[in-house]
Structures are given as C-alpha cells and as structure tokens.
Write a protein that binds this ligand. Structure first.
Ligand SMILES: Cc1cc2nc3c(=O)[nH]c(=O)nc-3n(C[C@H](O)[C@H](O)[C@H](O)COP(=O)(O)OP(=O)(O)OC[C@H]3O[C@@H](n4cnc5c(N)ncnc54)[C@H](O)[C@@H]3O)c2cc1C
Length: 481
C-alpha cells in the first residue's frame, strides 16, 4: 500500500492540535505521512496576542517551535507560506522563505511544491479594514506576534516620549496637550453626541471624548472595534499603564494615558448577551476606558482618528480590531468561498468543491444549524480539530465520514487582573449562566490550559503552569525591553 500524505496548512489554534494528534496516532507507522506547513517557525495561541501587545505576556515563554513539536509528535514540518494549489496534480505551492538580514545571501528555502492525498486548510483569518481610508497604513492589527510586539514597543516609546516631554523645560517642548477633540460644532451638539456614545462612565473619570474634561492625556491609545479583542486589550493596557507607573514611569496611569474604544454598534461586545456587555462596560468605566459606541471610523490619519459623526480623536497609536476576513490566497484556489474568502465546507468539513480538501477554523465557513455559521473562535477550531481526527481516520479506512456539530460552551471576556465576565452554556447548567470575577477568570485561563494540554498532554501542561507561576516571580510584570 502506498503512503497516504496528509498535509495540514496552518499551525494555529486548530491546525497544530490536529497535526499533533494525527502524528501521535499515525506518525510512527509507515502508511501515513503527516506534514504541517506554516509561514512562521513557531506557534503562539492567537488569543494571547492582546496580552503580548500589552507586554504582560512574554512570547519567549509561550512560543512553541514547530520543528520541536514535529519531532516530539512524529510529523514533518515544512516552513513556507502557501501561495497556490494545483488540484489536478494535488500539490500545494509554497513561497520561498527569505533569509533574515544576518543569515547570509539568498533565500533560506526556495519556492517549492508539496504533494498531498488529503489537504487540510487551517490558515485562520486576518484583519478586515473594510476599506476605511488610512486604516491599513496607520493602525496596528493583532494578527501576528510581530504586530503585537510592534505595538508593545510603540507603547513603551510613546510613554517614554510623553514622560520626557512632561519633564522638559516648558520652552523646549511643543504645546502641552494633544489636539482638542472636534465635536459636532457647538457645545450643545458635542455634549449630546457624547451622551449617546458613552456607556457606564463614572462622573469622576478623566475623559477627553465624552466628558470634555480639561485634562488631556499625554498618551492617547485608540482601539477600533469593541469585540472581545478590543475590550480585552483596553483592560490590559490600563493594567500596563499602572504597572509602568510602579516601575518609575512618571505619568499618571489614569489621567495621562487615555484609552478610547470606538464601536459602530450601539453597544460593546454585540455578539454576546446584553448582560455580559453591560457588565463589561461598567467595569471598563471604572478603569477609565472611554467607550464611543454608535459611531464609525471614517478615516485614520497618522496621529488621529476621524469618525463619521465628525469627531477627531488624537491617537498616538491606533489598534484595528474591528473585524476579520479570511486570507486572500483562499480566493485564488478554485474552491468555493464566501464573501469573506472563507472556504465553504460541508458538515464533514470537506470543501464543497473538492472532497480531498478539508478546511476548518477561522478560514472556513461551516453552517451551524439554526444559528447561522460556526463562529471564528479558538473554541470552534479546537472542536473541529478533534472532529477531524475522527473524520480523517474514517477516510483512511474508506468509511463514510461523520458530520460536525458545534457546541457553544459560552463566551468569556477577560479584563486581565481586574476581572473576567462571561456566560457559560450547556445542558448540565440548563441553558446559559452569567459568571463574573474569579470563577470567570479561572474558566478563561483554563481555555489556554486546554490548548496546552492538547499539544503536550495534561502532565506537561501542569508542569508548564507551575513553571510559569514560578518564573513570574522573577521577571517584571510587564516586558520592559
Ligand atoms: C487578540 C485576540 C484574542 C482572541 N481571544 C479569543 C478568545 O478569548 N476566545 C476564542 O475562542 N477566540 C479568541 N480569538 C479568536 C481565535 O484566536 C481564533 O478564532 C483562532 O485562533 C482560530 O484558529 P485557527 O486555527 O483557525 O487560526 P489561527 O490560530 O489564526 O492559525 C492560523 C495559522 O495559519 C498560519 N498561516 C496563515 N496564512 C498562511 C499561509 N498562507 N501559509 C501557511 N501558513 C499560514 C498562521 O501563521 C497561523 O499559524 C482571539 C483572537 C485574537 C486576535
């Protein structure tokens, strides 16, 4: 019998769990060859990226080398970005891997093709800028470790510059505050617009957007999009500002570091129940995070964000977390895709166009009974990876494929060390249950622990947890360099 070649493209939340389990199951035998393709050399669980951006998560500790994981779990790793597909010849085309500046001349690996018998696409999603002028050029997205690290470095630099400017003699520095917020023209209109936009702000908070407070923050951070990513990032940034103060930064972490979230919907976390959204808005208010709902971004310029209602917010750094789309390459493969470029799959997770190709996670569009489509979440990618282990086993044995059913266990939103809020779903608790505080925080961190357990087993996950706890007591609470 000839070897069956399984190629999984994308070693993210779903893909790496899948190849690890397939490798454990078949990798030591001679009949099945498993290869993981990724454009990066190491994996980090994407839901950690906002913590990387805020500096509270050190990537060196949490990144996992694909080569090492392949060695431990009996699969091959091929580095390279998938740039094409020949469905007749059943080959995937990988771009050349360029060498870094200090790695000598020429590419590290040339452009090449990789043959497959079963192909699984799990290349995730990328930021959707919705064609807003200046958004791509003047904002930072949180799709990759490099982007998250770039944000962190810019945040540190902005704080240092602001501190330096505040300490410099008055004549040496540019006029103190950032540009005033342009409202709707006159005071009454501006006040009205602000009233509509603000949710749950305590009267004492320092806001340049809603309250017209005379104090102008020295560092202005604007987050576009109040989904889980934007909301979680805002809380982590407030924590970072407070930690930096404790390490000697001479800025008031509340008044001098302004954090504003802009959201086009009438409320934050629109995909989650109103109770969760309301509770999170209340907590963000207490953290002096300004929330501007019901307004959209019209244009992003170098140091400011203009909204459709006419406001102009000063922005030293703008993060774009307003939506996702699947990578453009998926639209070029000759497979059926939806308007977001996600591959349309059957309940077996096979492409509707080609039964030898499976797709899952954020890059796939999979119907979910009466709810529409399976949401782009790590939870879904994890469930689909487990399902595909069974489906691929059935395919190898020539049996009919099972069908995937998504089970929603609820949603949790972490506000870092301040709190967590969410709803748990499930038959055992008889529907939906609102949770908040320590219990929600424990449930939230257990999602990552489950991912680590899927990659390394339960014992190593426990060791990893203890090791990280110990390490935390010997390093700064925020990555400073
Ligand atoms: C900041 C943030 C916070 C989040 N928080 C949560 C949360 O709390 N809970 C939750 O359920 N979900 C959360 N999500 C969403 C979650 O991260 C995704 O739904 C999940 O990672 C999707 O898994 P995936 O395997 O489909 O893709 P990914 O995990 O994105 O992995 C895709 C992989 O494909 C690789 N790749 C991409 N293109 C190519 C190519 N052309 N060739 C080769 N390799 C390629 C990438 O390098 C990556 O390794 C969050 C997302 C972000 C950004």
């Amino acid at each position: 019998m000839s070897v069956h070649r399984i190629v999984v493209v994308g070693g993210g939340a779903g893909g790496l769990e899948l190849v690890t389990r397939l490798g454990d199951k078949y990798g030591r035998g001679k009949d099945v060859q498993i290869t993981l393709v990724d454009r990066s050399l190491s994996h980090i669980w994407k839901p950690l990226l906002h913590e990387v951006a805020a500096g509270v998560m050190d990537t060196a500790t949490h990144q996992l080398s694909y080569v090492a994981q392949a060695n431990w779990h009996h699969f091959e790793f091929a580095a390279g970005e998938m740039i094409g597909l020949d469905r007749e010849a059943r080959t995937v085309r990988l771009a050349a891997v360029p060498a870094a500046a200090d790695e000598g001349e020429g590419d590290l690996l040339p452009e090449r093709t990789l043959p497959y018998d079963t192909l699984v696409l799990a290349i995730g999603s990328t930021t959707n800028f919705f064609g807003v002028p200046g958004a791509q050029e003047n904002t930072i997205a949180l799709d990759t470790v490099e982007q998250a690290e770039r944000f962190r470095r810019r945040l540190m630099a902005a704080c240092v510059r602001a501190q330096n400017a505040a300490q410099a003699p008055a004549l040496d520095v540019a006029p103190a505050g950032p540009p005033a917020v342009a409202g709707d023209g006159d005071g009454a209109a501006a006040g009205q617009a602000a009233g509509q936009a603000v949710e749950a702000r305590p009267a004492s908070s320092a806001s340049s957007v809603q309250t017209g407070n005379a104090h102008h923050p020295k560092v202005n951070l604007v987050i576009v999009g109040a989904g889980a990513t934007g909301v979680e990032l805002s809380a982590e940034l407030r924590n970072t500002a407070e930690v930096l103060r404790s390490y000697g930064l001479k800025l008031d972490p509340r008044k001098d570091v302004g954090i504003t979230i802009i959201e086009s919907s009438p409320r934050i976390l629109k995909a989650l129940p109103e109770r969760v959204s309301g509770a999170v808005a209340g907590l963000l208010g207490k953290l002096d995070v300004d929330i501007l709902c019901g307004d959209s971004v019209a244009e992003v310029r170098k140091n400011e964000v203009a909204t459709t209602s006419g406001k102009v917010l000063p922005a030293d750094i703008t993060v774009w977390s307003a939506g996702i789309t699947a990578p453009a390459v998926l639209g070029t493969l000759g497979l059926a895709v939806n308007r977001l470029n996600q591959i349309e799959v059957l309940p077996t997770l096979q492409s509707k166009t080609d039964p030898d190709i499976f797709a899952f996670g954020d890059c796939a569009s999979c119907e979910w009974s009466e709810h529409g489509f399976v949401p782009p979440r790590a939870q879904a990618a994890h469930q689909q990876a487990s399902f595909l282990v069974k489906a691929i086993d059935a395919r190898l044995k020539g049996r009919a494929l099972p069908t995937f059913t998504y089970r929603d266990f609820g949603s949790l939103v972490s506000l870092g060390r301040f709190s967590a809020v969410g709803n748990l779903m499930g038959g055992l608790i008889g529907g939906s249950m609102f949770i908040e505080g320590l219990f929600a925080r424990v449930m939230y961190t257990s999602l990552y622990r489950m991912h680590v357990a899927a990659l390394h087993g339960v014992w190593r996950m426990l060791l990893d947890t203890v090791a990280n706890r110990l390490r935390r007591s010997t390093v700064p609470r925020v990555k400073l360099h």
